[in-house]
Ligand binder design. Structure first.
Ligand code: ATP
Ligand code: MG
Length: 251
């Protein structure tokens, strides 16, 4: 599904190398988690994959279902099936949440050569999915993320994901700022989308989320590289002992 080889990335405006040779393959239908100390490059990896400005790929490659994505525009990557839930979701003043969702869903359907959803059909689907995430009708009418609480923004990201039905979902600290109940809701939202044809890359600091979203593979990222890969037990090791032992072992 997602294949990253020897990815090197620096800041565009500064001579600062952030990713220093990331190798990662996420197979179709699998859930991979990435953990790692603050500043190790986890968000940078997700930004570069989504096509955000400000970064320069100096070496390596990344492909989605065999297609090179690094030369695509962000909207082409989305149409190819990539979705990123941001660590800090953006607010879009003046654009209604519902309008935003419908425009995004229909733009992707169009790009895939499918028919657009009618207003009626769209409303029915979005209301059902919003209800599962306990997002009320008022939040659907408000401008995207404006004045939403931290947890409401995160749930709204999962609603976007549920509506877009992407093939490759990258979740950057979707659990941060969620209360215990909201985290379960978000995890259920993710689990409902788990499917043999869909893959997930879940970036998190806490084992807690992985109790709810059970990963197949856990990676540890440090200083711009994946330094260790294992099963769910690796997340437990981090929870209990922090990163010191793992980093000493690979140094
Ligand atoms: N625009 C930028 N200007 C300067 N430094 C940057 C910029 N973007 C990223 N960095 C640096 O790159 C490193 C990696 O940042 P990144 O946000 O990817 O870390 P992270 O692993 O997601 O951390 P966290 O767990 O705290 O979210 C950090 O040292 C950060 O300061
Ligand atoms: Mg981050």
């Amino acid at each position: 599904m997602l294949e990253i080889k020897n990815l090197h990335v620096k800041l565009e405006d500064e001579d600062k190398q952030i990713l220093k040779g990331v190798n990662l393959t996420v197979e179709t239908g699998k859930v991979h988690a990435i953990m790692g100390p603050n500043g190790s490059g986890k968000s940078t990896l997700s930004y570069v994959l989504s096509g955000r400005d400000g970064y320069e790929v100096t070496d390596g490659e990344a492909s989605l279902q065999g297609e090179d994505i690094l030369d695509m525009e962000p909207e082409e990557r989305a149409a190819a099936g990539l979705f990123l839930a941001f660590q800090y979701p953006v607010e879009i003043p003046g654009v209604g949440n519902m309008t935003f969702l419908r425009t995004a869903v229909n733009a992707q359907r169009k790009a895939r050569g499918e028919e657009e959803l009618s207003a009626g059909e769209f409303l029915k689907v979005v209301r059902a999915k919003a209800k599962e995430l306990e997002i009320d009708a008022d939040m659907l009418k408000r401008p995207v993320n404006v004045g939403f609480s931290g947890g409401e923004k995160k749930r709204n990201e999962i609603l976007q994901m549920a509506m877009l039905e992407p093939k490759m979902c990258i979740l950057d600290e979707t659990d941060s700022g969620l209360d215990v109940d909201a985290m379960k809701l978000v995890a259920e939202g993710v689990n409902a989308l788990r499917d043999a044809g869909r893959s997930f890359l879940v970036i998190t600091h806490y084992q807690r989320l992985l109790d709810h979203i059970k990963p197949d593979v856990v990676h540890i990222m440090a200083d711009g590289k994946i330094v260790k890969t294992g099963g769910p037990e690796l997340a437990l090791e981090v929870e209990n002992n922090g990163y010191a032992d793992i980093l000493a072992e690979v140094a």
